[in-house]
Design a binder for this molecule. Structure first.
Ligand SMILES: *Cc1c(COP(=O)(O)O)cnc(C)c1O
Length: 233
């Protein structure tokens, strides 16, 4: 029951923030996509969320996602939001509709190869480490255009936008400049009109900071705790 209630509250907040973004001309699409992050939560909990209207699932680990997909057998979208090792690429490509965590030419090449083998065009986002944190994955802001150009030449990969995990701040106002910079990078990439790309998603905002992220132009938020409660590790 609490999952449906949490979800309703979050959707209301998303709509309020999206209206604000729209009012100041910062929305890049008509609506904001909610990806429910289900890592460390049971199939039962995920099923409850789907029944309450969740349509896209975010997972960090390949094996956990595969197990969950089999257990659920539901018609939902799967998004990989965690670090991807090259030896897991084949499995990732066979399950995920979107891989949000691409951060190197090498990884992009492996994805291209695996997707080509099964006749798929794999949608991906580039992960950006805007704040240059040592502990986070992702390319730096100044590498966006060069990696973007590289990926646009791969036949079986389609670049669809950018993703970031902002540093955690108790006061989320501190994250605002980071989201602003991401929005700029996104606009630059989109306006470059690289061949074979479809730059339409700016994935930023988690339970702690999604409101600010949407106000600054995010159109894809990844929310776990806010829907399912604290994760048990
Ligand atoms: C776990 C995770 C989330 C969700 O975090 P919450 O704080 O639980 O909403 C979003 N994005 C990524 C990349 C994550 O690893």
């Amino acid at each position: 029951m609490f999952i449906a209630d949490n979800l309703a509250q979050i959707i209301e907040n998303i709509n309020i923030s999206a209206n604000k973004a729209s009012y100041i001309g910062k929305n890049i699409s008509d609506s904001v996509k909610l990806v429910a992050v289900t890592k460390n939560h049971s199939v039962l909990a995920v099923r409850e969320a789907i029944a309450a209207g969740v349509m896209a699932i975010g997972e960090n680990r390949i094996q956990e996602a595969i197990d969950k997909a089999q257990g659920l057998n539901a018609c939902v979208e799967w998004q990989l939001i965690g670090h991807l090792q090259t030896n897991k690429v084949r499995q990732a490509v066979s399950l995920f509709d979107m891989i949000q965590s691409v951060e190197s030419e090498r990884l992009a090449i492996e994805i291209d190869r695996a997707a080509g083998k099964i006749g798929k065009r794999q949608d991906i986002l580039m992960q950006i480490n805007v704040a240059n944190e040592d502990t986070k994955f992702g390319i730096s802001a100044r590498e966006v255009m060069s990696l973007g150009r590289f990926i646009s030449n791969l036949e079986h990969v389609r670049l669809c936008g950018l993703m970031t995990v902002a540093p955690f701040y108790e006061n989320t106002e501190f994250a605002r400049p980071i989201f602003r910079e991401m929005y700029q990078l996104f606009m630059e990439l989109r306006d470059a009109n690289l061949v074979n790309t479809k730059v339409e998603w700016l994935s930023m905002g988690m339970t702690n900071d999604y409101i600010v992220a949407i106000e600054e132009g995010s159109n894809l938020v990844r929310i776990g705790t806010g829907i399912f409660g604290q994760r048990q590790y």
